[in-house]
Design a protein around this ligand. Structure first.
Ligand code: SF4
Ligand code: SF4
Length: 274
């Protein structure tokens, strides 16, 4: 199996997956029945031995708790990261509502995450069927993610496998002021990844700075309904997280906000530099 085969495998899965379309039965309202959640996935590849994975263990990046690829899969050779961009209907739906997330966005975050997990599992199982030991870190029992309260020494709002940081290493994009990862297809979408023993040619990262694709335009500062982002300090995770708790209480089991990802310069493309 090579990179092109993996790209085709992922694209075909997303195009045909019933989970990429909201059914009449699960739709929050009639307007969103038949809604397509994601457009075609974009894949990035890195060597499991890329030294940037170890750099993620530095304090202030992810931290020492970040688990490098070889701690998930013994003999890991490659990391495959994918970005699933939200469809135009999902993005414009959320941009048209001022404060709470739109019905389209609630579906894209909740049912959409199930599709992200299914795509990662599909890639992983396809590799395993070819004899390559592979694993989806975010679905493994050893995976953890910390919210605002941390019972141990792990800093709040971090995890031991950060999809955005992994996507950065795999050449998919750089960080924005809103802390989203801005890809060449924008910031609005979801990430997933697989660690595998299959050797794949790493992609060249087309950037040198961690924030190269952010123009510092300030659109996300203006759009945030609770003032969680400032040009001076970036995103305050605690303010954002408390608002997301409010959303969850109101729309449970669905959740999300994403106003910093829609109606902004980096929504569906990397903006020109400031
Ligand atoms: S909206 Fe502007 S400032 Fe905010 S992350 Fe996107 S490019 Fe950066
Ligand atoms: S997700 Fe919503 S609350 Fe959080 S930073 Fe973005 S716009 Fe603000």
């Amino acid at each position: 199996m090579d990179k092109n085969m993996l790209r085709e495998l992922a694209a075909s899965f997303v195009a045909q997956a019933p989970g990429n379309v909201i059914t009449d039965k699960s739709a929050i309202n009639r307007e969103v029945a038949g809604l397509r959640l994601f457009s075609e996935p974009v894949l990035g590849f890195a060597s499991a031995k890329d030294p940037v994975f170890s750099r993620l263990q530095d304090e202030g990046i992810v931290g020492p708790h970040f688990a490098t690829p070889d701690s998930w899969v013994q003999g890991a050779r490659s990391v495959i990261s994918f970005f699933l961009p939200f469809s135009e209907t999902v993005r414009s739906g959320n941009a048209s509502v001022a404060y709470w997330p739109s019905a389209e966005w609630l579906h894209a975050r909740y049912e959409g995450q199930m599709l992200v997990n299914a795509l990662a599992a599909h890639i992983c199982e396809s590799l395993k069927s070819q004899g390559y030991e592979s694993l989806v870190p975010s679905s493994d029992v050893r995976f953890f993610s910390r919210g605002k309260s941390s019972a141990d020494e792990v800093p709040a709002f971090t995890s031991n496998w950060s999809e955005r940081h992994v996507a950065y290493v795999c050449g998919l994009g750089t960080f924005g002021l809103s802390k989203g990862l801005i890809t060449r297809h924008g910031v609005a979408g979801r990430f997933g990844s697989v660690v595998t023993a299959l050797e794949l040619e790493p992609d060249t990262r087309p950037y040198t700075r961690y924030d190269e694709y952010c123009s510092l335009c300030g659109d996300c500062v203006v759009n945030c309904p609770v003032g969680a982002i400032t040009l001076e300090a970036g995103k305050d995770h605690l303010i954002c997280s408390e608002f997301l708790d409010e959303v969850r209480a109101r729309f449970s089991p669905r959740y999300g906000c994403g106003k910093c990802q829609v109606g902004v310069a980096c929504e569906s493309a990397a903006p020109p530099r400031h």
